[in-house]
Design a binder for this molecule. Structure first.
Ligand code: BDP
Length: 593
């Protein structure tokens, strides 16, 4: 999916503003035809989650339906163009009407979706948008949902969290990313998929697949600003798709130290005349796993960084550009080089920023804590659809160096996961990801409950471990924790013989809490725990990186284990450093091993 741009052929408007808003606790909206428009004096900011913006109306933990509406002006310059509406994300389910007519629906959170609306609007006139959004999840959605009555059905001792959730982050609802209306020519470039590699030591190769929608015979023309490229092969494979192999001599490769981006210009031509053009920033780089090492452009690289969340006061999961700048500055300050988009795809804007700043990303699909008691055929289908949409959206980002096809499957420990069901499921998922992208390694972080026999390990290109020994297990006993962990790591390595990445390790920490002893929740304990783990990792030859859980404190569903938030952040929710931040900064300074 190509991000909207402005040039001679294309344009866009953003509808990031206050929208009219109505809560529909009783699900009356459809019956009352609110899609034709509705009365309400309430407004909400887009992008932004409803939870904290409208907490005073009781929406902090709200799961259910709401309605958004906005009157927008369609620019006159969009006439004779194809017009599209793109919603960066509406979590999790939504339906869109324009002037009372149903345009389309979407049932995946955390990912953009778009609809062509040329026949729904008139350039030079107003249009009324109405969007229904609902943040309820189910057994077959990705991520899966859970309801309060499951807890009883499963004979659990108590209701676990409120709101009920299968995961440890607030299910923030709303239009969380920008809404954009954009124009393209009627005949247009619809898709670009780029894969880069290094030839010899100095030359870069780009394999480009271009799709165009046009009813005439066409040519595609490639150029890179200020650079001479040679096109070795351009072939027109079908009516709408062509492939090219382009070469950049003496190429400047993309890396964290030099995140250099070329601007690839792709022109669609009919009878020699240009009818559409798209410019894409590209980084030429190659990623490989070679004998337990992660190699970037033929050089070993060790990942240092965090599992993160999209989470910030008031905005919730809403895109907030100043926060992106702040977070990346903190990553640089602490000498990190990477993060994982735990537990869902992050905004387009974050990915592009990472390309420009040279931060490496493990990009995760929202299949967090799949419960195999409830996984069904639709779950698998939706999981694949999320992967397809994620990979199609992010394939061209040089910062994305690996896919996480899920996180912590079988968190609750279902025996049938091991009797072939888990293996079959992951076999299908990994085959599917490999059919979409062979250029990046694939992994799925494993939790201690799923253990060392987790069937997902067989398929992973590298093993990813999430462990909390010294916290949930062996609390306050660091020596014992590290000893047990060390043995387990060696066992896993000897069983699978694959490189290992630590994707989560951390402890809840109350800023300002101190002790001279190993005392959980204190700043000293977090600092010690992280140091002990890292010391252990550096003693193992098969390690390719370490991501602390978490970059910053984040809001969670209510549970007696959580004091409003998960406090495992090295920074507070408003981004103040805890003691451990200074320790990590020191350890990560210049340490590549
Ligand atoms: C892991 C999950 C993560 C949680 C973390 C924790 O992957 O989402 O937030 O544990 O408990 O199991 O802090």
């Amino acid at each position: 999916m190509l991000y909207p741009i402005r040039n001679y052929y294309r344009s866009f408007i953003e509808i990031n503003d206050f929208w009219k808003f109505k809560v529909d606790k009783e699900e009356k909206g459809f019956g009352k035809k609110w899609f034709n428009g509705f009365e309400s004096s309430l407004e909400i900011a887009v992008p932004g989650s409803w939870n904290e913006q409208l907490e005073e109306l009781g929406l902090l933990h709200y799961i259910g339906s709401v309605w958004y509406s906005k009157r927008i002006f369609i620019p006159a310059e969009f006439s004779e163009k194809r017009i599209v509406i793109r919603i960066g994300s509406a979590d999790y389910n939504s339906k869109l009407w324009i002037n009372g007519k149903l345009v389309g629906e979407n049932y995946s959170g955390f990912l953009p979706f778009e609809f062509e609306i040329t026949n729904f609007v008139s350039p030079g006139e107003y249009a009324n948008l109405v969007l229904w959004v609902n943040n309820k999840l189910s057994d077959s959605s990705i991520p899966q949902g859970i309801e309060s009555d499951y807890y009883q059905r499963e004979n659990r001792l108590r209701e676990e969290t409120y709101p009920a959730a299968r995961f440890d982050f607030t299910p923030f609802g709303g239009i969380n990313r920008p809404v954009i209306v954009y124009s393209t020519p009627k005949n247009f470039i619809s898709k670009l998929q780029i894969q880069t590699s290094i030839e010899g030591k100095k030359n870069g190769t780009l394999n480009v697949k271009t799709e165009a929608i046009t009813d005439q015979s066409y040519e595609i023309d490639y150029s890179i600003e200020n650079v001479k490229i040679s096109a070795e092969e351009i072939s027109y494979d079908s009516a709408c798709s062509s492939t090219a192999r382009l070469k950049i001599k003496d190429c400047r490769f993309w890396s964290p130290e030099d995140p250099f981006l070329y601007s690839l210009n792709v022109k669609l031509k009919v009878n020699k005349a240009i009818i559409d053009e798209y410019s894409l920033p590209i980084g030429v780089r190659e990623i490989e796993l070679v004998k337990n090492k992660l190699m970037l452009n033929g050089k070993e690289i060790y990942m240092k960084g965090f599992g993160k969340h999209e989470d910030f006061p008031v905005t919730g999961k809403g895109l907030f550009l100043p926060q992106i700048v702040k977070d990346f500055e903190l990553l640089k300050w602490i000498n990190a080089n990477s993060f994982r988009t735990s537990h869902y795809p992050y905004s387009d804007e974050i990915l592009s920023y990472a390309d420009r700043k040279g931060i490496l990303i493990i990009n995760e699909v929202p299949a967090v804590s799949l419960d195999f008691r409830y996984v069904n055929g639709d779950t698998l289908q939706n999981h694949k659809e999320s992967l397809l949409r994620l990979i199609e959206r992010d394939n061209n980002h040089p910062s994305v160096i690996a896919w996480a096809a899920g996180n912590e499957p079988n968190l609750v420990g279902e025996p049938s996961y091991y009797d072939g069901r888990g293996k079959k499921y992951w076999g299908e998922i990994f085959d599917y990801v490999r059919s979409l992208d062979q250029s990046r390694p694939i992994t799925v972080p494993n939790c201690s409950r799923a253990g060392i026999d987790d069937p997902v390990f067989e398929f992973c290109d590298f093993i990813s471990l999430n462990r909390y020994y010294g916290w949930y297990e062996y609390p306050g006993q660091m020596e014992r924790a590290v000893d047990i962990l060390s043995k387990e790591m060696d066992l896993i390595y000897s069983k699978y013989k694959k490189p290992v990445m630590f994707t989560e390790f951390g402890v809840d920490t109350i800023p300002g809490s101190h002790s001279t002893s190993d005392q959980m929740f204190t700043e000293e304990y977090q600092s010690k725990y992280l140091q002990e783990y890292i010391k252990l990792f550096r003693s193992k030859k098969y390690m390719i990186g370490e991501h602390v859980w978490n970059f910053a404190d984040f809001r969670t569903p209510q549970h007696f284990r959580r004091v409003v938030m998960n406090l495992k952040g090295v920074f507070t929710r408003d981004r103040s450093p805890k003691l451990a931040a200074f320790k990590l900064k020191e350890i990560w300074k210049n340490s590549s091993e």
